[in-house]
Write a protein that binds this ligand. Structure first.
Ligand code: IPD
Ligand code: CA
Ligand code: CA
Length: 264
């Protein structure tokens, strides 16, 4: 058990996520200063400012914890506590004013997810979870959907910045699952997509090539809402895996079987 109270850790995560999301929302009305990490992989001043804000708040409470943040990497602290931060998930949406982006903060204790906060924007919906205590959205406990059949399901996926083999595979899955289900959405902010499965607005999510900061908070929120979280083969998901499948559980094995069939 964590020697620091879970509620105290959650309060810090919430304070950091709220400060960062307010900063992101204020910046969304101003021109965005953009530079490129890759041809289509953008980073804005807001990504950097949000990250700075989150780290400063976490550091003001726990200066010995380890922090892994998308834009600045991992610090040199050695600790059982690892904060994993995506200061702005869905940067491309943010830059274009497309309404799906988020701040995501996950805290692992001894390599297991313990605390999670995602603030979905621009609607400022906050999702939180504590391991073993359930998942919440705006003060309401959330549960994944009860949809049992794939043909009744709504799915969501994403496409990373690298257009390589996994991207081609995902195009095939996108096409096939569009045929098998009531639809596949592609919104552009993985943390938001995962929270939508957790609260039952979608029945399943999969993606290739996500990074730990994209999923660290989402996987705990999803699990605590009753979701199943594995890799695309149905094996236990590790935060460093390069593919992920999250569903309401009922359609999980069916999706795993279909994925295997469609890619072979
Ligand atoms: C991206 C988003 C997107 C996903 C990409 C991620 P970023 O994160 O989550 O939905 O498809 O793979 O890199 O770069 O906007 O933080
Ligand atoms: Ca991200
Ligand atoms: Ca990001």
């Amino acid at each position: 058990m964590s020697p620091i109270k879970n509620d105290d850790l959650l309060n810090v995560a919430v304070e950091a996520a709220l400060a960062a999301s307010n900063l992101v929302m204020e910046a969304s009305d101003r021109p965005r200063v953009t530079s490129h990490k890759g041809i289509t992989d953008l980073v804005t001043e807001t990504d950097l400012n949000s990250e700075k804000t989150i780290i400063a708040i976490i550091r003001s409470f726990y200066d010995d914890h380890t922090i892994l943040a998308e834009e600045t990497g991992q610090d040199t602290n050695i600790s059982d506590y690892l904060w994993i931060i995506d200061p702005l998930d869905g940067t491309t949406n943010f830059v274009h004013g497309y309404p799906s982006f988020a701040v995501s903060i996950g805290l692992f204790y001894k390599n297991e997810p313990l605390i999670a906060v995602v603030v979905e924007m621009p609607n400022m919906r906050m999702y939180t979870a504590i391991k073993g205590k359930g998942a919440w959205c705006e003060g309401q406990k959330i549960k994944c959907s009860e949809t049992k059949q794939l043909e009744r399901s709504l799915l969501v996926t994403g496409f990373g910045y690298e257009h390589e083999e996994n991207w081609e595979n995902n195009m095939r899955l996108f096409k096939q699952f569009t045929d098998d289900t009531q639809g596949v959405r592609r919104l552009g902010a993985a943390a938001v997509d995962i929270c939508h499965v957790a609260k039952g607005s979608a029945d399943g999510f999969w993606e290739y090539d996500l990074k730990p900061w994209d999923t660290a908070a989402g996987i705990l929120i999803a699990k605590e809402a009753g979701c199943m979280v594995t890799d695309l083969s149905g094996n236990q998901f590790d935060i460093n895996d390069n593919n992920i499948l999250i569903t309401n559980g009922h359609i999980h094995q069916n999706m795993v079987n279909n994925i295997e069939r469609y890619l072979n």
